[in-house]
Design a protein around this ligand. Structure first.
Ligand SMILES: [Zn+2]
Length: 343
């Protein structure tokens, strides 16, 4: 990136109410067939427009074409039976009815590549595309075939790598893997989780990112956060190994969170997407509040490696709130950019 402090969002943005039920995860589509295809593209254009108008530098599709950041990807793979459901505990936090892995998993055809090409046609700005990470994928499934979390994650990593290479060829500048599971299963992350992620990015020439957060602003997550105590030191468990990994960018939750900012020192040298927007509240940050978080982060991240972002996706928020937060992010980054250029 040529400009200092390029802004982006962590991932999803709210969908228009004519496309899907607002403020809802796994919201069913309101359109069908041809109308749904057109509707998703129209929503993508609107969502891009919101980002451009707010002055966001690295733009995305806002995940307008997917129902859910993990499930939608898995739906396109073979080896997973969506009719056969089991209840599992997701990220040790909440029970959900999930599909079952019944055979060898594989990707018969590209999942998001056409959507990425469509986004690429709409803008000259750098674009970022989010995919689920291997560990978060296996944590959202019941496995009756491999019977090994590590083996299944490894298979998914190979599939993600195929998809990522085609996204890169479609003109995506940054491919991001969402790994909220990295904040929960520390031993596995260090044993094989980071290795699986590195398998997913193998051979890519575009930039790569991993997003590790405390989740959407839904009740299961806010309740969980209340049990984590006054200092959230989860990142400390995995940062040393991530620092040595081949991933270029680490996307983190920092705004209103109890993560001690100095933990970022542990990944010194990496680019850091600093979450300066809280997605668990409808309060819109002031630009000054955003600037304040960025200034704190600058103690531990070199200015040319700091990427202001949001804590997580904004799907569950009203569109008006999400737009306000995009503006605040952009204006907050602008304040700090000016301070840095005056030095
Ligand atoms: Zn997140």
């Amino acid at each position: 990136m040529k400009i200092l402090l390029p802004t982006s969002t962590a991932g999803s943005l709210p969908k228009p109410s004519w496309l899907a039920q607002p403020e809802t995860l796994w919201s069913p589509w309101k359109l069908q067939d041809e109308e749904l295809i057109d509707g998703k593209q129209d929503a993508l254009r609107l969502c891009l427009q919101d980002q451009l108008q707010a002055g966001i530098d690295i733009v995305s599709d806002g995940e307008q074409t997917r129902q859910h950041f993990v499930t939608t990807f898995i739906e396109h793979l073979s080896g997973v039976d969506f009719e056969k459901r089991e209840t599992v505990r997701i990220r040790n936090r909440y029970d959900a009815s999930v599909p079952t892995v019944v055979g060898a998993v594989s990707r018969q055809k590209p999942v998001f590549v056409e959507d990425a090409k469509f986004l690429r046609q709409q803008t000259k700005q750098p674009i970022k595309w989010a995919l689920p990470g291997p560990m978060t994928m296996i944590d959202t499934l019941y496995d009756s075939h491999y019977k090994s979390r590590e083996k299944l994650a490894w298979e998914f990593a190979k599939i993600l790598n195929q998809e990522a290479k085609e996204l890169e060829a479609a003109g995506v500048d940054i491919i991001q893997f969402d790994e909220p599971a990295f904040n929960v299963f520390f031993d596995e992350v260090n044993d094989w989780g980071i290795a699986a992620l590195e398998r997913a990015v193998e051979g890519l020439k575009c930039e790569t990112a991993v997003h590790i957060c405390y989740g959407y602003g839904i009740k299961a997550n806010t309740d969980w956060k209340k049990t984590l105590g006054t200092e959230w030191r989860q990142y400390e468990e995995i940062f040393p190994k991530l620092q040595k990994s081949s991933i270029d960018i680490i996307s983190l939750e920092c705004q209103n969170s109890r993560v001690p900012m100095d933990l970022i020192e542990l990944i010194r040298g990496k680019k850091v997407m600093v979450g300066a927007i809280d997605v668990a509240t409808h309060n819109i940050e002031t630009p000054e509040e955003v600037a304040d978080t960025l200034r704190k982060a600058l103690q531990f991240v070199d200015a040319d490696k700091l990427y202001p972002s949001t804590n997580c996706g904004m799907t569950p928020l009203p569109r008006r709130v999400a737009r306000g937060k995009l503006n605040a992010l952009s204006l907050g980054a602008h304040i700090v950019r000016k301070e840095l250029s005056n030095k």
